[in-house]
Design a protein around this ligand. Structure first.
Ligand SMILES: [Zn+2]
Length: 284
């Protein structure tokens, strides 16, 4: 027989903001959090919309221009042909069928046949996975011309880098809060505390008190490799966590990390500790 699940009674059951101070405070904080998040979302949506609009507007830079009329078109064409010529001359670029005919070479004959079959719409003509891989291998590995690398570097401006950083910070992943996160959130809410979930700073703390600069992380035993349950010698996540800790510390945050097993064992004690820390920073 399955044991019947205990039904939990919500701490604010039957209470209203008019009668209970905690409900009122909690409501205010929730509203503030919601507005804050909505602002971020709105900003993101607006930016995305502008980017989309601009993308539709833009046309190829060389549209309607010819080699004769535009110096830039001429230059880029020349750069490309010079690059290819250099490759040919240095012997790096060799065409496999150079000087071969279908009369003298079996491979040329087979390829010619296949191409004509494919052109006729023959469905039997299909590349095997091996062949496709070989083709991809053959096509990759050519050096990117310096001029292209320079262009890419120029395009990746400080502004763009910051933008992309902000985008990553406000993007929440995974989308669903984990069980331990919910446990902590419930306990904090039941005490009437307002907090931020996935605050957009480095590492996206699961729970954050930005005014007091306290960041709380709920680390899963498996993913973060806890000493008691999944102690692994080289855990990539641990290195990432250390970087997050350092970066947040350097910008004045206090980082608290709790293990999944700690939270599961005694969530009240964990939240007591957080409460202490936040309170101390509030009055100092
Ligand atoms: Zn553990």
């Amino acid at each position: 027989m399955k044991e019947k699940k205990k039904t939990r009674i919500a701490w604010n059951k039957g209470l209203t903001k008019e009668t209970d101070e905690r409900v009122r405070l909690n409501g205010e904080k929730t509203q503030a959090t919601r507005l804050f998040r909505a602002d971020i979302c709105k900003e993101g949506a607006k930016k995305a919309w502008i980017t989309r609009r601009n993308r539709n507007k833009t046309t190829a830079w060389n549209k309607g221009l010819s080699k004769e009329t535009d110096i830039r078109v001429k230059m880029s064409g020349e750069t490309r042909s010079r690059y290819l010529k250099e490759k040919f001359d240095s012997g790096k670029l060799v065409v496999w069928n150079k000087g071969k005919t279908k009369e003298t070479d079996e491979r040329v004959k087979r390829c010619g046949n296949n191409i004509s079959l494919a052109a006729k719409g023959n469905k039997k003509y299909k590349w095997s996975a091996k062949k496709r891989n070989n083709f991809i291998l053959k096509m990759t590995g050519h050096d990117t011309p310096d001029i292209v690398i320079q262009k890419m570097k120029n395009a990746w401006t400080v502004e763009k880098r910051l933008k992309s950083r902000m985008k990553r910070l406000t993007q929440i992943f995974p989308f669903k809060d984990t069980k331990i996160e919910i446990k902590m959130q419930d306990e904090l809410s039941s005490r009437g505390y307002g907090y931020y979930k996935h605050y957009p700073v480095m590492g996206q703390p699961d729970i954050a008190f930005p005014d007091q600069k306290v960041a709380v992380f709920c680390d899963g035993c498996y993913w973060h490799s806890c000493l008691e349950h999944y102690n692994r010698s080289n855990c990539e996540q641990k290195e990432k966590d250390n970087i997050v800790n350092k970066t947040l510390n350097n910008s004045g945050w206090l980082v608290l990390r709790y293990w999944e097993h700690e939270i599961n064992a005694n969530v009240e004690a964990v939240v007591d500790e957080i409460e202490d820390v936040v309170f101390k920073r509030m009055i100092s």
